[in-house]
Design a protein around this ligand. Structure first.
Ligand code: ADP
Ligand code: MG
Length: 263
């Protein structure tokens, strides 16, 4: 199986990007897939949420972006869950500034990942909550983007900025990139607003909207403080079960589909 590189992006913070990344990683690893998370967020939430202390990193995605070490040297196994993490901490914010003066600054991650593509079935890039050079590195490295979102009043406006960015990325640096899917997170099925936004999403994005919705679930929110994906922290919780369903929907979408030329 060829490696799928998926950027998980939304310039809004707190929409469930990191939660989605760590739980999909754990879910797919459980299904026998080899998974790497690239943490591109200086907050290092995917790193800590995988049980890796971000304060004591010898090497991080920072050195990788600057070309000082390879991915194979900087990655680490998650504490539990059977996946790997290319970890991040605050230093990565500095990499963004230093990269501005480098050649091929937006393709640094893509080039670095080449070394390990054969070792993984899925690589998830957890992007920071902005459309900066770090996120751009994620979008250039990826073949598709998964967009977590909360069904709030302004959700669609935020999405149009991201869609515009994707269009520019497609024209300028990565003609392949497509939207893998939109994921509704922290979903409250009883709220009218959730239902209305869902209908608008379906109108704009059609079957790009994942059937699976992730409910608001406190167990998912508790898990990171234990350094674990929710899926491992409390497997029977509604949130964990939803992410297992999502992992199955994702593999069905990606692994059974015949290659298409359109996007
Ligand atoms: P992002 O990476 O987009 O900033 P996070 O995944 O860190 O978002 O989620 C933001 C906060 O909401 C975190 O505290 C996280 O634990 C919590 N959270 C994420 N998904 C859910 C959910 N489905 N139900 C309840 N809390 C959630
Ligand atoms: Mg995050």
């Amino acid at each position: 199986m060829t490696c799928r590189v998926i950027a998980v992006a939304n310039q809004k913070g707190g929409v469930g990007k990191t939660t989605t990344v760590v739980n999909l990683a754990a879910g797919l690893a459980e299904m026998g897939r080899r998974v790497l998370i690239v943490d591109l967020d200086p907050q290092g939430n995917a790193t800590m949420g995988s049980g890796i202390a971000k304060g004591s990193l010898a090497t991080s995605v920072y050195q990788v972006l600057l070309g000082d070490v390879g991915v194979a040297e900087a990655r680490q196994p998650a504490k539990e869950g059977g996946y790997h993490v290319l970890p991040a901490n605050r230093d990565v914010g500095g990499a963004e500034l230093e990269l501005v003066h480098e050649l091929a600054r937006e393709a640094r991650l893509k080039n670095a990942l080449g070394e390990v593509l054969g070792e993984y079935d899925y690589i998830f890039v957890d992007c920071p909550p902005s459309l900066n050079l770090l996120t751009l590195n994620g979008l250039v490295a990826a073949e598709s983007v998964l967009i977590p979102m909360v069904c709030e009043y302004y959700a669609l406006e935020g999405l149009s900025d991201l869609v515009t960015t994707l269009r520019k990325v497609r024209v300028a640096v990565n003609p392949k990139i497509e939207i893998l899917g939109l994921l509704r997170t922290m979903f409250d099925a009883r709220s009218n607003l959730s239902q209305q936004v869902s209908q608008q999403l379906a109108r704009h994005f059609g079957d790009k909207v994942f059937d699976t919705v992730i409910p608001r679930n406190v167990r998912l929110a508790e898990a990171p403080s234990h350094g674990l994906p929710g899926l491992i922290y409390d497997r029977n919780s509604r949130g964990a079960q939803a992410y297992l369903t999502l992992a199955a929907e994702l593999t069905a979408r990606l692994e059974s589909a015949t290659p298409s030329l359109s996007h």
